[in-house]
Design a binder for this molecule. Structure first.
Ligand code: ADP
Length: 359
């Protein structure tokens, strides 16, 4: 990406200087760039800069034709790096690249600087913010580390049981059954985790939704029947004042999100799960809430609940076959619909998840 942007910048600059003044169209292109761009003349005066440059260099003010070295900035070190490269470029080098990392106590900033001589008269200074890429890379690393850790646990358990079976000369039928049951449970856990990891990856790479008008009342009714087939002891009530509640959604994804929440409502309930699905149409939104009267989520855990691999009680979640991925899938599906999801304490005990879909 980066070299292509740079070629684009050079081309635009050539057009710009041939015509002496940039048209609005050319200025718009330079403003739309993801990079900060400044052009200085042979006296190192700033004859052009786009707003991204102004923001990245953290300038207080830049006046047209102001000497580049005198720009007032919150990050003088970054300015100095640019000035050093400009001096080198003026001394003859064609193109110079430098990476600038500024570490502050509360955050880390990574900016690469590229200085390119356009002619004897003009030099381009291009700043590229590396932070989003770095953050994405760090998140990817964290994700792989978490996934590996979560998968290692059931693998270790299964390996342990197989070694036990191999080493024990005689195993009673009861013990054998118990071991098989545990191996099977851990295999199911791994299967569920791999399925969720694949769903998350698919969602990360999904660029368009298959949206169609769907009546949420019918959808809720179908999901209620699906859930009751798996958990006949659950009580599910659907509340809605409207005759129909239609919104354009990707049906299979929203079904997946709602089912995830309903499964959790059952999983984290005591003996007899009571679930309420409420559908409401309001202004430009369709709202669906799923409430349960289960064990609830402590207030201090609520802000983290949609993070990947997050569980309030790891031991309990593992026992129930979860790895803290379900809610991050739900959140991702809502994001894809430009919707929002909120979680709150149910005043009657338990949890309420509120989903808002734009109409
Ligand atoms: P998991 O597969 O572990 O259930 P989720 O992402 O679906 O992962 O949920 C994350 C955590 O949020 C769970 O481990 C559980 O601690 C908590 N949680 C989710 N839904 C509920 C609920 N309805 N009631 C109580 N706790 C819940």
């Amino acid at each position: 990406m980066w070299p292509y942007f740079f070629i684009l910048i050079i081309l635009v600059c050539v057009v710009l200087f041939q015509k002496k003044s940039a048209s609005d169209y050319e200025k718009e292109i330079l403003e739309a760039l993801d990079e900060g761009l400044a052009i200085v003349d042979h006296k190192r005066r700033c004859i052009f800069f786009n707003s991204k440059f102004f923001r990245l260099i953290k300038a207080h003010q830049i006046k047209k034709n102001q000497p580049f070295d005198s720009i007032a900035t919150t990050f003088p070190q970054l300015l100095q790096e640019c000035v050093d490269l400009l001096q080198k470029a003026q001394a003859g080098s064609e193109e110079l690249l430098d990476a600038f990392f500024l570490k502050k106590e509360e955050y880390e900033m990574a900016i690469s600087i590229r200085v390119k001589k356009l002619s004897n008269q003009h030099i381009a200074v291009v700043l590229h913010d590396k932070d989003p890429e770095k953050r994405e890379f760090a998140l990817g690393k964290e994700f792989i580390a978490n996934a590996s850790h979560e998968l290692r646990t059931p693998i270790t358990i299964i390996k342990g049981f197989i070694e036990t079976l191999r080493d024990l000369p005689e195993v009673s039928d009861a013990m054998l059954e118990d071991i098989f049951e545990k191996i099977l449970r851990n295999c199911k856990r791994m299967e569920e985790m791999v399925k969720n990891l694949l769903i998350l990856t698919d969602l990360d790479h999904l660029f368009s939704l298959q949206k169609k008008p769907v009546d949420f009342l019918l959808l809720a009714d179908n999901l209620k029947h699906n859930l009751l087939q798996l958990y006949p002891h659950a009580a599910v009530e659907i509340l809605c004042l409207e005759k129909e509640a239609i919104a354009a959604i990707d049906k299979s994804l929203v079904e997946l999100a709602l089912l995830n929440l309903m499964h959790n409502a059952v999983k984290y309930s005591k003996e007899s799960p009571k679930i309420e699905i409420e559908v409401q149409k309001k202004d430009q939104e369709l709202m669906v809430s799923i409430s349960d009267q289960g064990i609830g989520i402590p207030k201090e855990n609520l802000p983290f609940i949609f993070e990947r691999f997050y569980s309030v009680d790891k031991t309990l979640s593992r026992k129930l076959g979860g790895a803290g991925l379900g809610l991050s899938i739900v959140k991702k599906i809502l994001d894809k619909h430009q919707g929002t999801i909120f979680v709150e304490e149910n005043p009657y005990g338990g949890t309420i998840f509120r989903l808002h879909f734009p109409l």
